[in-house]
Design a protein around this ligand. Structure first.
Ligand code: SAM
Length: 344
């Protein structure tokens, strides 16, 4: 597509930010995301190849997308990921090409990813304590995550972020330690409120540590915490400590940012979701594999985005007795409802 025809939804929100899940597989089993013993995986033949992903990205760019984040599942489990990165990095109208990873395979892949043109890396790290990591993820790979982060720092690769889901009674005593760690590795820490998304089948409101609580805890330790005023649609609100250290909080559970949300998600099998909380999506794989032209795909996407009025997280706020969004039976019937399939 040569021209950009920037589309907006019914609330005037542009289509700018595309998160692409490149696999539904993961090498961790975090209690808040993949707590089950068994999962229904997407059929292998449904998984989009890199050329298909690139074709779709081209169409999305034509409709206004200028930021792409590769995610999963664990994106570094996808074979040959640097090849996809190189294809996307060649698309000049993408101003931001980022990756969210659990970091386990990062040390070995970072040089190739960077050489391929990946702009930024976000590593999910919920704890600095190996025994806690083991209990939380049911895997023993904490040291490898830290090596992955060190490899980004060691290469002086700017833009590193460290994402931490804060859960009461699990890791809410590590906020300060994580800020200090972030300083050491030159990564900006972003604390994420525990969300009641698909897959979080053990979620409960009393485990959510709110933005306000986090700010109070950090204020007690560091003194005045100042908000950083900035425009944009980034989910994290950023703050500054007296010594200039910055950090973010993503308060999707208690202070959702639906009004400015320009994010949508493409699953590894080509389903497109317009809201993290949406129960239905648009099947772009079928359209693509039936030979739809870029123009026809663009019309399909534009039409769906034009009808969009989702305010998923805000709607959840109005739910009287808030429980996990999706129950286990429904998740088994449709794995697209899982966070690890939809792409976090
Ligand atoms: N495997 C990669 C990773 O670990 O970063 C990418 C996929 S993971 C689903 C993306 C992000 O979603 C992670 O930072 C993870 O902590 C977050 N996440 C998963 N379930 C969540 C929940 N219930 N509440 C808040 N964040 C969640």
């Amino acid at each position: 597509m040569s021209e950009t025809r920037a589309v907006t939804d019914r609330l005037g929100r542009g289509l700018r930010n595309l998160r692409i899940s490149v696999t539904d597989r993961c090498n961790l089993r975090c209690n808040y995301c993949m707590p089950e013993e068994e999962y229904a995986w997407l059929p292998r033949e449904h998984i989009l190849d890199f050329e298909e992903i690139d074709q779709l990205v081209d169409v999305f760019i034509g409709l206004g997308v200028d930021k792409v984040r590769l995610t999963g599942g664990e994106p570094l489990l996808r074979k040959d990921l640097p090849r996809l990165v190189a294809m996307l990095a060649a698309r000049r109208r993408l101003t931001d090409l980022a990756l969210t990873t659990n970091g386990i395979l990062l040390a070995e892949q970072a040089p190739a990813l960077r050489a391929a043109g990946l702009g930024r890396v976000t590593v999910s790290l919920d704890t600095l304590r190996p025994e806690r990591f083991r209990a939380l993820t049911r895997r023993d790979t904490h040291a490898r995550v830290l090596e992955g982060i060190a490899s980004v720092h060691g290469a002086n690769w700017q833009g590193l972020k460290i994402d931490t889901v804060v859960i009461r009674g699990v890791n809410d005593d590590e906020l300060v330690d994580l800020i200090e760690y972030g300083r050491r590795v030159n990564g900006e820490v972003r604390f994420i409120e525990y969300m009641d998304v698909g897959g979080a089948t053990a979620w409960s409101m009393d485990q959510v540590v709110s933005r306000g609580e986090m700010l109070r805890a950090l204020g007690c330790r560091y003194g005045a915490v100042e908000p950083i005023r900035e425009e944009g649609s980034a989910p994290a609100e950023r703050f500054c400590l007296p010594d200039g250290t910055t950090f973010g909080i993503i308060a999707s559970t208690t202070q959702p940012f639906c009004r400015s949300c320009d994010r949508s998600r493409l699953t590894a099998d080509g389903m497109w979701y317009l809201c993290l909380y949406a129960k239905t999506g648009l099947d772009l794989r079928q359209a693509l594999r039936r030979g739809a032209s870029p123009g026809a795909l663009g019309d399909l996407i534009e039409g769906a985005w034009g009808r969009r009025a989702d305010r998923g997280a805000e709607t959840r706020l109005t739910t009287a007795e808030r429980r996990p969004l999706v129950q286990i039976g429904e998740l088994r019937r449709d794995p697209h409802l899982e966070m690890h399939t939809r792409g976090g």
